[in-house]
Design a protein around this ligand. Structure first.
Ligand code: ADP
Length: 398
């Protein structure tokens, strides 16, 4: 029985999903949270719906990996480590080096670490996760799957910034985008739902989670995307600002007496977005709860919607025509209110939301009426499955 584990390592978290491959059956999933912080906790959910929580100090990612693998053995989810024949790691930034998923060699790992400035919140953590698994399972097919790879197809006119060209040549400053694994996965599923080949479709995919990005997909390939050099740009996110005028950085650094530019970037990454505007919470649910009593909650929602609508409008103009709009990730999959607001704001496209299906339906589905100018869909994303499928390709090459 061959199993593949998909790993998404953050600075203090390690999420995992274990699949039976090639059947794509989920055998176990879970996360280690608060690694290296007081209150570390490991949760694991098995295929029969059983959940187990272990609270114990977990000092680092290596300890987290050891605990996870031991637990798989002791719960008899696997009989020996040999059953795990593949590990797939989510890596956010692949720069211009990784145009596709890659087998993790010492060189590749070094390159992932060297790309840390392209995704400062993510790449170092991704690398720590890779090292931890390499140590415990040194001989397993280990693959890095990059958020940026799907955006490899962007034309230069959409990835070159309007700054001196030599900065691109010398320092690699350009748009790389992110969430590519998710955009690609939901686009593929949307094409199936629509009963058409992906290569014939122009889609706009909205990945709206804590981080959010929008991609214009032309004939099945990424053509433009809202995240940029790093995942900071684009739409308003839970705590990230999205697009801002770069001049405000220098101006506010002086006003706030911030000396290190990275400290200011930290404010744009961690204290801005829905949280910064509302002053309530990064979580849209908390903001929704207060929208009738707190004008800043309503303002955060209005800005969020308007930002997305502007991106859809400009991407539709770029694509020339659109065959569908896809909602995915935490907000996209769960907030019928947000989907409804966005749909109603798209009057230009004669979008007709079917309120009943939007609100009460579940899973992958159309949420617009048959006469809608553009169909809108909800497609649950599954980045872990997409990663496991990538690992399979490398196993087959062996
Ligand atoms: P991440 O980017 O961390 O992977 P997710 O895709 O899991 O994020 O999305 C998490 C976000 O989804 C939360 O911050 C929360 O605001 C939002 N969310 C989840 N369920 C709902 C809901 N029912 N209504 C509104 N927002 C929701």
């Amino acid at each position: 029985m061959e199993k593949t584990i998909s790993i998404n390592a953050g600075s203090s978290t390690l999420k995992f999903k274990l699949f039976e491959m090639p059947e794509e059956t989920v055998i176990a999933s879970g996360a280690v949270d608060r690694i290296g912080i007081d209150g570390s906790v490991f949760t694991i959910k098995t295929a029969d719906g059983q959940k187990k929580e272990i609270k114990q100090p977990i000092k680092n990612h290596e300890e987290a990996v050891n605990l996870l693998l031991n637990e798989l053995l002791s719960q008899k989810i696997i009989k020996s480590y040999d059953e795990i024949t593949g590990v797939g790691h989510r890596v956010v930034a692949g720069g211009e080096i990784f145009k596709d998923s890659a087998l993790i060699t010492d060189k590749a790992l070094q390159q992932i670490e060297d790309l840390k400035e392209y995704a400062p919140l993510h790449n170092p953590a991704n690398a720590v996760g890779i090292k931890a698994f390499k140590k415990v399972l040194p001989n397993v097919t280990s693959v890095a799957v990059f958020d940026t790879s799907f955006h490899e197809s962007l034309p230069a006119k959409n990835y070159i910034y309007s700054i001196p060209y030599e900065y691109y040549e010398k320092y690699g400053v350009r748009k790389y985008g992110a969430h590519g694994t998710s955009h690609k996965f939901v686009a593929g599923r949307a094409a199936k739902l629509m009963g058409k080949p992906l290569e014939e479709l122009n889609l706009i995919t909205l990945h709206l989670g804590a981080g959010g990005s929008i991609t214009a997909i032309k004939h099945g390939e990424s053509y433009d995307t809202s995240m940029g050099f790093t995942p900071l740009s684009g739409i308003t996110m839970a705590t990230r600002s999205g697009d801002v005028d770069a001049s405000l950085v220098a101006y506010l650094m002086e006003k706030l007496q911030v000396k290190n530019p990275n400290d200011f970037i930290d404010i744009l990454n961690k204290k801005s977005g829905l949280f910064g505007i509302s002053g309530i919470s990064p979580d849209l649910r908390d903001i929704e709860d207060q929208k009738d009593s707190n004008p800043r909650a309503q303002l955060a929602i209005d800005i969020f919607v308007n930002n997305i609508v502007k991106y859809i409008g400009s991407y539709a103009a770029e694509l020339g025509s659109i065959d569908g709009i896809v909602f995915t990730a935490g907000i996209g999959e769960n907030s019928w209110k947000m989907r409804g607001r966005i749909g109603r704001a798209l009057k230009l496209f004669n979008v007709e939301v079917d309120d009943e299906i939007n609100q009460n339906g579940s899973g992958a589905r159309f949420i617009t009426k048959p006469n809608s100018g553009v169909p809108m869909m909800v497609i649950p994303t599954d980045e872990e499955l997409a990663i496991a499928r990538e690992v399979e390709k490398f196993k087959n090459e062996k």
